[in-house]
Design a protein around this ligand. Structure first.
Ligand SMILES: NC(=O)c1ccc[n+]([C@@H]2O[C@H](COP(=O)([O-])OP(=O)(O)OC[C@H]3O[C@@H](n4cnc5c(N)ncnc54)[C@H](OP(=O)(O)O)[C@@H]3O)[C@@H](O)[C@H]2O)c1
Length: 281
């Protein structure tokens, strides 16, 4: 298949590319800089210069692509104090631009990366894809993005990813740095759940969806076992011999998600069923 990735140079994109190439797909990437173009060309990726926010630049890349994968994002480093404007624009304007372009060309399948955080706080309930969404203001644009995709006429699939960790995500490095300096703090509701996904499993899900997703499907892409912050942070600290994390005063939203649907429909199973096999010290 001819497959276009928008966001090919990102954490997930870089893991997706070799998997698609290995499986014999012709991979295209929309890129913004010359250096990225040179790097991707070395990997046998066809590069197209463009920007998801500039609709005119999309047609050459989308034209003739049977599958389009939207992985672009611009999440600020500081989630609380950073500027979310560009991320909101990518999710709203960028998604609209890409959907319009894909609808006008021969695209058969459109894959939209999204986030399980849209579910909000579900306490001890493990949620599947039918649960209602309660996005916080920061991620409202991801809700709008999904809505645009759902309302489009092309054959779409939405992948709601869990919290990424694994090579090149920086997640475990950040956790360990905090643990070493005794700043890794367990939320007051220490039993609150978080649903993780190893980035290799996330990229395997993107490939499976590109090849086989049913039209109009939504999948949680998470590992097999939601974990409590208490268990995860204590494990991380013990793994590197750091002090036991303290419990702070602030509660965290609790979100544990099920991956039953993607297993049943796409035959996807995580290589890393939980952080216990995925978090290598
Ligand atoms: N991190 C998590 O825990 C998590 C969890 C669930 C879902 N997700 C979602 O997974 C997806 C991929 O995340 P990621 O971690 O791979 O992101 P990332 O590493 O930040 O990569 C973002 C990609 O988007 C591209 N991009 C940014 N602005 C663009 C624009 N205007 N036009 C075209 N491309 C643009 C970037 O290109 P440049 O190299 O040019 O900047 C880069 O390739 C996102 O939708 C994210 O929201 C993330």
């Amino acid at each position: 298949m001819k497959i276009l990735i928008v966001g090919a140079t990102g954490v997930v994109g870089r893991h997706v590319i070799p998997r698609l190439l290995e499986r014999g797909h012709e991979v295209r990437a929309l890129v913004r800089t010359r250096d990225q173009a040179t790097q991707l060309q070395r990997l046998d990726v066809q590069v197209y210069s463009g920007d998801i926010l500039v609709s005119d630049t999309l047609s050459p890349a989308v034209s003739g692509a049977e599958c389009v994968i939207h992985l672009a994002t611009a999440i600020p480093r500081n989630l609380d104090r950073g500027d979310w404007t560009m991320n909101d624009r990518i999710r709203r304007e960028g998604t609209r631009n890409l959907l319009v372009c894909a609808a006008e060309s021969s695209t058969r399948r459109y894959i939209q990366q999204s986030i399980i955080m849209l579910y909000g706080d579900y306490g001890n309930t493990i949620v599947d894809e039918s649960a209602s969404l309660q996005p916080s203001p920061y991620i409202r644009s991801a809700f709008d993005m999904e809505q645009q995709v759902r309302e489009s006429n092309i054959e779409w699939c939405i992948l709601r990813g869990g919290y990424f960790y694994g090579p090149s995500t920086g997640a475990e490095d950040a956790w360990r740095e905090l643990a070493r300096s005794a700043k890794l703090q367990i939320p007051a509701n220490s039993g609150a759940f978080v649903s993780l996904v190893h980035v290799i499993d996330m990229s395997r899900a993107v490939v499976a969806a590109a090849e086989e997703a049913k039209p109009g499907s939504i999948y949680n892409v998470v590992d097999d076992r939601p974990v409590s912050y208490g268990e995860l942070y204590n494990f991380l600290a013990r793994q590197i011999g750091a002090p036991d994390p303290e419990v702070n005063q602030i509660e965290a939203p609790s979100l544990g998600c099920s991956n039953n649907r993607i297993k049943a429909d796409l035959g996807w199973h995580p290589l890393f069923p939980s952080f216990r096999s995925g978090l290598v010290w």
